[in-house]
Design a protein around this ligand. Sequence first.
Ligand code: GAR
Length: 197
Amino acid sequence: MLNIVVCVSGGGTNLQAIIDGVKSGTIRNTKIAGVISNNAGAFALKRAENNGIPAFCISPKSFQSRAEFNDAFLEKLNELNPDLIVLAGFLVILPEKMIENYRDKIINIHPSLIPSFCGTGFYGLKVHEEALKRGVKVTGATVHYVDEGTDTGRIIKQRAVEVQQGDTPEILQKRVMEQAEWVILPQAIDEIAAGHQ
Ligand code: GAR
């Protein structure tokens, strides 16, 4: 059984796709041990609670220094004893120690086809704004392992999505989520649980 911890910051639609996948059996041999948010107002925490999943908020605002926040965050992670950490819209820079301690055990979903529209400053709606500005006709999403760089780790899965005439960043974001993110993130977890990644 693959024990996963999902880290979130916002709405948690990717978390929901994971919860649904575990429930329906499209993600096999996997248990969600807990959800950690850095943001007390994240709807993702409600989604976890509604599904009986232990949910924790560890906010940098509650600590005097970044180092103290990092320690508390790592302590909670270690307590949950994950085989895999899934960053599902988690907008916090990871403590270096976490990357060292969980090497090849952290994955992230990014809303573009890496190496396009990724790296520092590219997150959430911003990614889609930049894609539209550049005028690309195809975008998509990527699941990748996390290393010390920003969006530089080994790519696990990608899925392309067409940009359509009249798209706004919000419309494109929704299409990328529905057609790519909510599909490839559950698939990646299932494949890792099966030992195929
Ligand atoms: C998702 O689109 C995810 O790909 C993106 O944040 C959104 C979170 O939505 N992540 C990044 O931009 C990471 N660089 P959600 O909370 O509804 O899953």
